[in-house]
Design a protein around this ligand. Sequence first.
Ligand code: GAP
Length: 441
Amino acid sequence: MHMAKKEKDNLMEKITSLAKRRGFIFPGSEIYGGLAGTWDYGPTGALLKKNLKDLWWKEMVQLNSNIVGLDAAIMMNPKAWEASGHLEAFTDPLIECKVCHQRFRADKEEEIKSHEKGHKEKVEWTEPRQFNLLVKAYLGVIEGKQSEIFLRGEITNGVQVNFKNVLNSTRVQIPFGIAQIGKAFRNEITPGNFTFRSREFEQMEVQFYIKPEEKEGKKWFEYWKKNRMDWYLSLGMRKENLRFRDHADNERAHYARLATDIEYNAPWGWQEFMGIHHRGDWDLKRHQEFSGQDMTYRDAEGETYIPWDIETSAGVDRSMLFLLVDSYREENNRVYLKLHPRLAPYKAAIFPLLANKPQLVEKAREIYDDLKQDLMIAWDDRGNIGKRYYSQDEIGTPYCVTVDFDSLEDKKVTVRDRDTMKQERVAIDELSKYLTEKLSI
Ligand code: GAP
């Protein structure tokens, strides 16, 4: 899809406005003027986000006997952050505009150029200095160094410190993974591009522990790259909008031996929304050193070693943002989200043809009450059918079901397909089966 710059800017405006208008994403604390880098997910957004996380969890934990789940605390002993290297190396280079004192990331050329254009005079910048992204908090009754903690900058550390707990409490054997979904916090210098760079966001990660051998490392790194790309494709994302990008030596995070991003062709250029990282033995070795606890694994042959970790780390918010962008369609005076049915907030919507005819409302309610036991179903009896279709299209509901006067006689309803707009009559008794099959749930 080739688009001019103006068209791309427009697309982001349309997505942001639809997200607000239809309850996907609201600016955080909006009534107080907002809080930069924070976003609140509304009724449809919360459903979409939950569906995304549930699908990920199913794919990783439910379908893999060698991956187990974990839900670690956000707040950790600060020593964990010293050990993982975040206190020292979790930084971005910061520069300050000498004209207006606004601060920027020194590695974001486009943002710097665009800022310079906003000033009449020639802009001079301070020398870059390293700015730590960890968000600080104080725990306990005394404020000060002793009570200083950090909100997790990545969710990984909670998994690494529990490596032995998981080994000792389950039957897993190398190679195996620990999956986790949760919030992370970064004091980003310049949050922006809607939810793309936020200060509070969610991650979905698997730390996959393997035997520390070069060949094994390469094999699993390639395996997870393909596996993750295939997953996003299976969610219906367009192939031409996805690509891998390998990190150069000088841009890899302090813990990574190898790193590849999966990028999306966003309206403002190719952007990372997940990474596959070969972390080697960085984390476990450092935690062993700093905690004094043994972090080794003993295999069936009696060989003892600190395993290597191949990590897949996806942003929930960025994945969701790009799923919205990728599914947005404008066709013949209608807007619809061509979301994969498994992701769609509602699987179907039920309408009585007329809201003031009790027999129709009653029948439609009956169907709604039945279907809602297994599927997330929307109910709408406002306005005319055309408006209701328009409204469900905008939030990506795959099927709309209308109960009309004929339904009372022939016991059938009209089912309308979001993508083709085709309508067919389906027996009420068959409706649940029909939808379940169509939705491939
Ligand atoms: N544990 C590895 C790790 O955290 P990362 O590349 O720094 O690696 C992984 O982050 C993913 O987290 C990114 O690909 C992105 O989707 C998401 N992410 C990172 N910073 C973010 C931010 N400021 N706002 C929203 N998502 C972010």
